[in-house]
Unconditional design. Structure first.
Length: 315
């Protein structure tokens, strides 16, 4: 976020001071060298957490070196200086594309089915940085050809960048795991978890979710929420959502309806005379008659009354 403030600060200085400080001007000219490493770092944080170590920050070394050279001599572009820029940009473009291609199946699934996950919103950040990279390439290329853009065009692009920064900032508050790689400390013997869970950890969490629902019959609480279930399991609501959507291939309400319907079927087969079908539905946790009938017919193919009649004839 600090790096992306450099163009907006430069624009502000141009308006307020009529001149961009040499420090900011040199940084603006080198900023394109930061986009590739930042994108790589974000991709590794989500898809390849095992690669996150201190050495990964060496990817920012080209920016530091070239910035120091520009600051020491001149921030102006030359055709000769443009070649290492293009080479580094293309290198990181290839590296980041390979990672995205390797994870394309997961990205496609998340994009189509699980729009409320941190992975899905992460695409917004990567796409934004990709657009900024393309924008800088076009601007620098036009500059080398002697094409100068009007101030109004620059101001509109700065405004668009400010809007992107505001959205990214809001996202960082809503989904902080993406930026800070928050580790969960409350479950499964304090094992380290990241957003991309290992198969063994996801399996243990899945088992714990089932055990919690079965042991305490939480599904019978018709006011049960994702947050309440997460607290009972001992994980964050975001982590629980990831496990349900990505690893269990279901949603919170689909899981609840599964348990509620199983309980309702059990009660129908052993139906006390004093309970009606609706009473059984509410006792199983359903708080809506229409939802109960819809879920029941989807699973059994018949209505509750028909199912009850068939059960009684079989007895």
């Amino acid at each position: 976020m600090l790096f992306l403030q450099i163009p907006t600060l430069s624009a502000y200085c141009q308006l307020a001071l009529k001149e961009i400080p040499f420090l900011l001007l040199a940084a603006s000219q080198c900023l394109i060298l930061v986009y590739g490493p930042i994108t790589y770092l974000l991709l590794c944080t989500v898809f390849k957490p095992e690669k996150i170590n201190r050495l990964i920050y060496l990817h920012f070394l080209p920016f530091i070196v070239i910035y120091a050279l520009k600051f020491s001599f001149s921030p102006e572009y030359t055709v000769y200086a443009w070649f290492p820029f293009v080479g580094l940009v293309l290198l990181y473009l290839c590296i980041n594309t390979v990672i995205l291609v390797q994870e394309r199946q997961q990205l496609t699934t998340l994009h189509q089915q699980y729009g409320n996950t941190a992975f899905y919103w992460f695409i917004f950040i990567v796409a934004g940085i990709g657009a900024l990279t393309l924008y800088d390439i076009v601007i620098i290329s036009l500059y080398l050809k002697g094409v100068y853009l009007s101030p109004a065009w620059w101001y509109s692009m700065t405004l668009a960048l400010c809007g992107y920064l505001l959205m990214a900032s809001a996202f960082s508050i809503w989904r902080p795991e993406i930026f800070y790689n928050i580790r969960c400390k409350k479950h499964l013997n304090n094992k380290v978890k990241t957003l991309k869970l290992q198969a063994s950890v996801a399996s243990e969490l899945t088992q714990k979710i089932h055990e919690t629902l079965q042991e305490y019959e939480l599904f019978k609480d018709n006011e049960l929420t994702l947050l309440k279930l997460a607290k009972a399991v001992g994980v964050s609501s975001h982590l629980l959502s990831e496990v349900l959507n990505v690893h269990m291939k279901t949603s919170f309400y689909e899981l609840l309806n599964h348990y509620r319907l199983t309980s309702a079927l059990d009660m129908l087969e052993n139906k006390p005379q004093s309970l009606s079908i609706i009473d059984i539905a509410f006792s199983a946790g359903f708080n809506n008659k229409n939802t109960f009938y819809r879920v029941f017919k989807e699973r059994t193919g018949v209505t509750p009354s028909t199912y009850l009649s068939n059960t009684q004839r079989a007895v």
